[in-house]
Design a protein around this ligand. Structure first.
Ligand code: SF4
Length: 349
């Protein structure tokens, strides 16, 4: 009981903090939780994207996917800020229409179908299990290294409180074409960095939840001319299929429908991956963060090297990287092909 009440007061204090209160000591070099995967994968890509702030003037597939993911995040952020009884399908669809204005028609349609299916899924999945404590709050801390300090910050998508247990969960919304393997989630540095940030700011969490939306556009179940339900398109939600069957007086015990429902369940469009916090992993995450912060300071000093690999196929900076590796004119290539919102380092030109 004491534990619960002290947690509640910590939650109240946390909720009162504004994002701007939390990053107190600005440092010249910063690292964000969401950028750590890129830094690990290829330091040069990290430089192009996060230090120089380059954006291709002709958006690449990677940038279009990023814009789509950002728009979907905005919808989910707004949705989970609302009290449970105001989380409606109407909200989701109108919010999607307003945040997707700059996307192409294909992505607009895809997102609309996704939020429709998500509503069906989540209204069964959640049914009031969680309360949202915060959304998109930026937290900061200083990471001390032997060669200097790095200002580390991160913005959790959400922090949810499980009503029955009083446990807090750090939430990350993800959109993917296909669900990644469990290995990916077990080795994602982002979530433990959020936990470190949360602990620095007076709270702790019991687990992580990846809330994953697969890029599948949902359709309404189609009714055939003879009154049966179409089982040709599996991109229908289980909820809407069952409701349509009930409305049409269709018996779902029919083996064809039972098989179809099994198929929908086996290839879901939405998924939650829940993970408990493992203390040894938290300690490891703290060490890894310090190593990455040290490496980042060294990259600023000695240059951001490239790590070529399969991932280059999706890199928005492939052309620029080739020019730089072959000793070509980097400055001219940037001027012709990219907008710049950050700092171009002399060592990289
Ligand atoms: S093309 Fe490959 S090596 Fe070059 S910046 Fe991109 S990911 Fe790194």
């Amino acid at each position: 009981m004491r534990y619960i009440s002290s947690t509640n007061s910590a939650i109240r204090r946390f909720k009162k903090k504004r994002s701007s209160d939390l990053v107190k000591e600005p440092s010249t070099i910063t690292l964000r939780a969401s950028q750590r995967m890129t830094l690990r994968e290829c330091p040069r890509k990290y430089y192009y994207s996060n230090v120089a702030g380059l954006r291709s003037l002709t958006p690449s597939i990677e940038q279009r996917a990023f814009s789509f993911g950002t728009a979907m995040h905005k919808v989910l952020e707004g949705f989970y800020k609302l009290p449970n009884d105001r989380r409606t399908l109407k909200y989701l669809t109108s919010k999607w229409r307003s945040v997707s204005r700059d996307l192409d028609d294909e992505h607009k349609e895809l997102g609309l179908g996704m939020v429709r299916g998500y509503y069906d899924w989540v209204s069964v999945m959640d049914s009031g299990r969680f309360i949202t404590i915060s959304s998109e709050k930026r937290l900061g801390m200083k990471v001390k290294t032997p060669i200097g300090d790095v200002q580390f910050s991160g913005q959790m998508d959400s922090l949810w409180l499980e009503k029955q247990t009083g446990k807090l969960y750090i939430i990350d919304h993800k959109t993917y074409t296909n669900f990644p393997s469990d290995h990916f989630f077990n080795n994602n540095p982002q979530m433990y960095s959020y936990l470190l940030l949360l602990q620095k700011n007076g709270l702790t969490a019991s687990g992580f939840i990846f809330n994953i939306l697969r890029k599948v556009s949902h359709v309404e179940p189609a009714v055939n001319k003879d009154g049966s339900l179409s089982i040709r398109n599996a991109n229908v939600s289980e909820k809407s299929f069952v409701e349509t069957a009930e409305r049409c007086g269709i018996d779902l015990a029919d083996p064809r429908y039972a098989e179809f429902l099994d198929k929908i369940r086996q290839f879901p469009a939405y998924k939650r991956v829940e993970q408990e916090i493992i203390v040894s992993k938290l300690k490891q995450a703290e060490r890894e963060l310090q190593v990455e912060a040290t490496a980042l300071l060294n990259f600023y000093k000695f240059g951001f090297y490239s790590v070529p690999g399969d991932h280059c196929a999706y890199c928005s900076f492939k052309h620029l990287c080739d020019v730089q590796s072959s000793g070509g004119n980097v400055r001219e290539t940037i001027e012709k092909n990219y907008s710049v919102s950050g700092t171009l380092l002399e060592t990289e030109l």
